[in-house]
Design a protein around this ligand. Sequence first.
Ligand SMILES: O=C(O)CCC(=O)C(=O)O
Length: 252
Amino acid sequence: MTCDEALAALNVTPDLLSDQERDFLDAQGYLPLPGVLSDALVRDLRQRFDELVAEEGETAGTEVHQEAGTNRLSNLVNKGDIFEICFTHPRVLAAISHVLGSELRLSSLNGRAALPGHGLQGLHADWGTAVDPGDYYVCNSIWLLSDFTEENGATRVVPGSNRSGQHPKDALEDATAPHPDQVVLTAKAGTVVIFNSHTWHGGTLNRTDEPRYGLHSYFTRRDQKQQTDQRALLSEETKARLSEAGRVIVDV
Ligand SMILES: O=C(O)CCC(=O)C(=O)O
């Protein structure tokens, strides 16, 4: 099955996004999609998140990396069918393929909960160098499992930085400082925010006494390396469980 066939089998069609949504994503480098997850699914995903953090203990997140002051999880494709929605949802895939084209694959599926008093990251791009506007290699989606607020460590983005032709490591003196143009992505749990990973972004400080939960479903052009080698990391049981189209998206 080709990638185009897999996207068609998952009911991904360009008309799942309006012209305004596509224009916003192109110009601003991000796009909130409200109401992708029901309240019940948000609750169940958070419960699975907490179970995995407890089960994996000190090794949690190590398939990709750990980050002080956060609970990180990785390789979630292999950790329950509850996560399948994160790489098969039609509207999400329509937005990701709008940025990357249809020759795409999942790079990694990770979780990140910013703990109280922690979570501030420098503004960064998920790609090592500046790119020309329109020539994109990676695109992320953050799945809100908490309401994201100004206080609890919501992700910030610099709108339009995807088109700047500049990389934050070259352009910013202090990447952790507030940026004059930054927007903090406040939204309800159940929202998915697509962000072009060349858009400068980062977690903010969680100033509340509750963790801020999110999942990152991260995609790359099919000719680029995956952040987690899905063929190596997925069990035979997981590979057998996925639909043919799901296997194409994950590339196993
Ligand atoms: O979870 C977030 O708010 C953003 C995380 C992020 O950009 C990262 O870990 O690279």
